[in-house]
Design a protein around this ligand. Structure first.
Ligand code: FPP
Length: 255
């Protein structure tokens, strides 16, 4: 291991531990292009991408970041070639089987968000099992969005609230931000402070649209499989240079 890599095992000293994002969300883009650029099949990019995600989870834990959410499969990803979709489903299941015990030992709480009922039965079983088993873990909350679409999620909330109004359990005037948030998949996860999207694309692609109203965005040209600790460090440096005002005027400027 190089000196540089060794140093990155701990939080780099020029990052302020008091001002780290508590919750980082990632759109893991560029697996296919990473593989193509090496003359490999796309699935090799996903396999490497999964390793990158595992390493980022460990890095977040090492550096004191309490939540990581990854966009693994969108509601639109079903349109990919069947072999690629099948491979991704198998990869999720295999990784869960292989990694669950160690993640549990390391205090990782795992959650899955999205319309899980459309996924293969055996994958759903693994997902439910891992969520239940790790429910009380405190080191880091790792959420994986699978068959997730933000518009789908918001429609689901609208339907649930409409039903409550129809049943007379809620009045239309009582519908507010807090009630909507309690019905989102992310009800028990704080909003992301930082979103990272790799591979040069600068879109949200239907990911956590409600939850990211005030999230800082970071885009990098690096393909996801190459997104290592050094790249994450650059993202955090950029984050720490931001001035987050949440729509307000800074107190020093308002006087
Ligand atoms: C986007 O790159 C990547 C995906 C749609 C799949 C992401 C899945 C993983 C990294 C595996 C993660 C594993 C677990 C357990 C969560 P792309 O295929 O769109 O790349 P391209 O834009 O270069 O074609």
């Amino acid at each position: 291991m190089t000196n540089n890599k060794k140093q990155l095992l701990a939080l780099p000293t020029d990052l302020n531990p008091q001002y780290l994002p508590q919750h980082v969300a990632v759109i893991m883009d560029g697996n296919g292009r990473w593989a193509n650029s090496r003359g490999l099949p796309r699935i090799a990019g996903h396999r490497q991408g999964a390793k990158t995600l595992k390493e980022l989870l460990r890095c977040c834990k090492d550096w004191g970041i309490k939540a990581l959410t990854a966009y693994a499969f969108s509601t639109e990803n079903w349109r990919r070639p069947t072999e690629e979709v099948d491979f991704l489903m198998l990869l999720f299941e295999r990784l869960l089987r292989q990694e669950l015990a160690q993640m549990h030992r390391e205090g990782v709480r795992i959650s899955f968000i999205g319309n899980l009922s459309a996924l293969p039965d055996s994958l759903q079983v693994q997902m439910q099992r891992s969520m239940l088993e790790t429910l009380n873990n405190q080191a880091i909350h790792f959420t994986v969005a699978v068959n997730y679409g933000s518009r789908d999620e918001i429609i689901k909330v609208c339907r649930q609230l409409a039903k409550l109004v129809q049943q007379g359990e809620l009045s239309p005037e009582q519908v507010n931000e807090s009630i909507v948030e309690k019905h989102l998949y992310t009800a028990d996860i704080p909003e992301p402070d930082l979103l990272i999207r790799t591979s040069g694309e600068m879109r949200l692609s239907n990911f956590l649209l409600w939850q990211m109203a005030y999230t800082e965005m970071y885009f990098t040209d690096i393909f996801w499989p190459d997104f290592d600790r050094a790249a994450f460090y650059q993202a955090l440096l950029s984050y720490q240079g931001r001035d987050r005002r949440f729509g307000q005027v800074k107190p020093s400027l308002s006087a």
